[in-house]
Design a protein around this ligand. Structure first.
Ligand code: F6R
Length: 320
């Protein structure tokens, strides 16, 4: 994990080249991204980045009924063997929508070859959650080739920011505040993908529960849990200076009200463009979870419970 974090800028540079050679013909009016766990993150992040685009994220066996020939569907699986994603692939074939596979090999790569579906070969050797730029940037490159986004300068900004900024001190400080606490991460709804990726980092790297919530929804229910909290926790609010002004008002007032019973840290997303904010803040979250895991004596790379689960469940996707 340490090597993956130290080499994160290098991964970004590698990621920005992927998918550039995929030029699709056709007009697409919506995008669907299928993927589970770490490989579900790129879909959430595409929604955060291209919030004006019609993007659906599928983290399940079944694609929406409304998928048709004008839908562009990305199938993302780091291993290429995740059965929910393979099930979506088979349904996409039946519908006849344009698909693009993204994996480091596995069954997904084989199926893409067999059915002549464009496929992005992602380098092997990463843990899926750390590898999300290797899955997200090719999606952006394919969309850029279609004229649907203009992400090349944003990718460059994200790479430069991670290469030049030093998040270590900030990450260590925050990790120290989280020892023995339940991390609660809030963001605007648009940045849900980022807040949720922070949660995944705490779940998988530290093996601790973490909670996520988004504005404005939390002000309509979760706020009440602060009346009399019974658990040790620490709240982190992710601020994007481009959040809608009423969301910013809500963040400010929520912080004021919950500070009576809660420890709250505000984190301002660094960078100018939205992609740089997304990538740099996830990097900060990864560092925090890494230092927290270290202080807890937990191996951040151990995901054996998930792997054992997959083995015990067996491979039944072919019968779907
Ligand atoms: C994250 C992780 C899991 C996998 C998920 C899907 O680091 O290991 O969340 O991402 O089980 O597997 P893949 O990514 O191989 O499709």
């Amino acid at each position: 994990m340490k090597e993956a974090l130290d080499g994160f800028a290098i991964q970004l540079m590698e990621a920005k080249k992927l998918g550039r050679d995929i030029h699709l013909a056709g007009h697409f009016n919506r995008v669907v991204v299928c993927g589970m766990g770490g490989s579900g993150v790129p879909g959430d992040l595409l929604k955060a980045y291209a919030s004006d685009m019609d993007v659906d994220v599928v983290k399940n066996y079944f694609i929406p009924r409304s998928v048709d020939k004008r839908t562009l569907m990305f199938l993302v699986s780091y291993s290429g063997n995740t059965e929910e994603t393979l099930s979506c692939f088979r349904q996409g074939l039946r519908v006849g929508c344009q698909m693009v596979g993204i994996s480091s090999g596995g069954k997904l790569q084989e199926l893409c070859r067999q059915y002549r579906v464009p496929h992005v070969d992602v380098p092997k050797g990463y843990q899926p959650r750390i590898a999300y730029p290797l899955q997200l940037f090719p999606i952006l490159n394919v969309l850029e080739n279609l004229g649907l986004v203009s992400s090349a300068p944003d990718i460059d900004e994200a790479v430069d920011l991670v290469k030049n900024a030093d998040f270590t001190g900030h990450a260590r400080q925050l990790a120290a505040l989280l020892v023995g606490k339940l991390p609660i991460i809030y963001s605007s709804e648009r940045m849900f993908g980022v807040a949720n990726r922070w949660r995944i980092a705490f779940l998988e790297n530290c093996k601790i529960f973490a909670a996520v919530g988004v504005f404005p929804e939390i002000d309509h229910n979760e706020l009440l849990a602060y009346a009399n909290p019974r658990l040790p926790f620490h709240v982190m609010i992710l601020h994007d200076e481009d959040d809608y002004r009423r969301i910013k008002d809500r963040m400010k007032l929520t912080k004021k009200l919950i500070s009576r019973t809660a420890h709250v840290t505000e984190i301002r997303l660094s960078g100018k463009g939205r992609l740089a904010k997304i990538v740099s803040s996830i990097f900060l979250g990864d560092l925090i979870s890494f230092y927290l895991a270290e202080s807890m004596g937990v191996d951040p790379t151990d995901i054996s419970l998930v792997e054992d689960f997959k083995k015990q469940l067996g491979s039944g996707y072919l019968s779907l």
